[in-house]
Design a protein around this ligand. Structure first.
Ligand code: SF4
Length: 439
């Protein structure tokens, strides 16, 4: 972080304050949205009708909820300790839900399948079988992106995944020192496991991503910069730097302790991530994903504002409609057996909700296209376009790429990061609620 200060990325205080204000507004709105959704059980008949209306390109998200033990303390995903029997029943139910989906959402095209978790790689042979089933329904040519634990990735696993046609592999490394892993509460693997996994996978997939988490209490700009540089030097095509995103339970605790949800040096830590990426020759594809020109990135929501979803806790969004599947493996298996799908919550989106979602995913993909928004949402888009365009100009952006702004100054990247973190924190709230209630 030292060296020529003129080249160092520095976020002005006004930019940080502005980003925090819009992030707080986004968090309030997103929390309120999910609290409403929690009170809206899915109506199976309407669910079928909504998915039968799905047309055109949709990504498909598949959730694999089982993980190696011990489960990571920092994690807000819906995940359960691996159990061979339960995993077997779950994989069968998943294939059955895929069958239901393919015959219901017949008019939807699925060019991309994103398999997340949990730990999809926990049984790579079962994963490869699932990919095969999905190809039989959604087309041989689908792009497949999957997450993996370093514990599972060795030469044999790489061969299985390559034969299944996995195009993008994302290894959840999270930290590159055993001390950081301990502080995060990631105890299922060591740094040595992580390095071995990267070694086995490097150069063998079209895109290799590694995930790193930042924002733990002991972080300083120097530790984050050094960690980021090490990660960027491992030879992956992209590195995604996730900030810690506490769910409401942890947020309450942090408030009581007069800490968080922001790390006291959070803007400096984000500067360190950007600085390390710039110094290593990587460019932001999202505020968190530092890339070297890959086709697929970690966040399928950037390229697909509409996505179908299967598996427990999976969230789908199609034209004017959002749904969330049930949160426990037992209930998931039972619901799929009874009715083919496992939707637990669903809501018809208002035009404003739809627009805010669309707009936030556009900004997360580092673009703002006023004309596109106006075409889709008419007069309703006017106020939002005027506000965002004014803010982007203050943050130093200009219209380019036809009629769109491309977000690339540190200020606008920081603002996009802050807003997206709020949205994901609210999603974590939904997950926390779902796990607690067993919805
Ligand atoms: S961080 Fe990943 S591996 Fe750890 S518990 Fe969460 S989903 Fe499982």
């Amino acid at each position: 972080m030292e060296g020529n200060r003129r080249d160092n990325i520095v976020l002005p205080g006004t930019v940080v304050r502005f980003a925090r204000i819009i992030a707080a507004t986004a968090l309030r709105r997103a929390d309120a949205f999910f609290e409403t959704l929690e009170k809206m059980p899915a109506d199976p008949r309407r669910h079928v009708e909504a998915l039968a209306r799905a047309e055109g390109p949709h990504a498909l998200y598949v959730h694999m909820p089982f993980c190696h033990q011990p489960l990571c303390r920092f994690c807000c995903f819906v995940r359960y300790p691996f159990d061979r029997e339960m995993n077997r029943s779950y994989m069968k139910a998943l294939a059955a839900e895929a069958t239901w989906l393919a015959s219901t959402a017949e008019a939807a095209k699925v060019p991309l399948v994103y398999i997340g978790g949990g730990t999809p790689s926990i049984d790579v042979y079962a994963l490869a079988e699932l990919v095969d089933v999905l190809r039989s329904y959604f087309g041989r040519g689908i792009d497949v992106s999957t997450e993996a634990s370093p514990l599972d990735i060795d030469d044999e696993a790489v061969q299985v995944l390559r034969s299944a046609g996995v195009k993008r592999l994302s290894i959840g490394i999270q930290a590159l020192s055993n001390e950081r892993l301990r502080r995060l509460g990631r105890l299922s693997n060591t740094v040595e496991d992580a390095l071995r996994a990267v070694e086995a996978a490097r150069g063998r997939f079209e895109t290799l991503n590694i995930d790193i988490v930042w924002g733990i209490a002991s972080d300083t700009p120097e530790t984050v910069y050094n960690e980021a540089r090490r990660a960027l030097e491992l030879g992956a095509s992209q590195v995604t730097f996730y900030p810690l995103m506490p769910a409401p339970g942890l947020r309450r605790l942090l408030r009581e302790r007069r800490e968080g949800p922001w790390h006291p040096m959070e803007p400096r830590l984000y500067e360190a991530v950007l600085q390390a990426a710039r110094d290593a020759g990587y460019r932001p594809a999202t505020p968190w994903c530092m890339d070297q020109g890959s086709e697929l990135i970690d966040e399928y929501v950037v390229d697909y504002d509409r996505f179908l979803a299967i598996g427990l806790s999976a969230i789908g969004r199609t034209e004017g409609y959002i749904y969330v599947n049930t949160f426990t493996p037992e209930r998931y298996v039972k619901l799929v057996a009874e009715r083919g799908h496992a939707a637990a919550l669903a809501k018809k989106l208002t035009v404003e909700e739809d627009m805010l979602y669309y707009a936030s995913s556009m900004a997360f993909g580092l673009r703002w296209c006023p004309e596109q928004l106006r075409k889709r949402y008419g007069l309703l888009a006017r106020g939002l376009n005027a506000m965002v365009a004014a803010a982007l100009r203050i943050l130093g952006e200009q219209k380019r790429d036809g009629s769109c702004y491309v977000l690339e100054t540190p200020g606008s990247l920081y603002a996009a990061h802050a807003v997206q973190r709020s949205i994901y924190m609210a999603v974590n709230g939904l997950r926390e609620w779902g796990m607690k209630t067993g919805a």
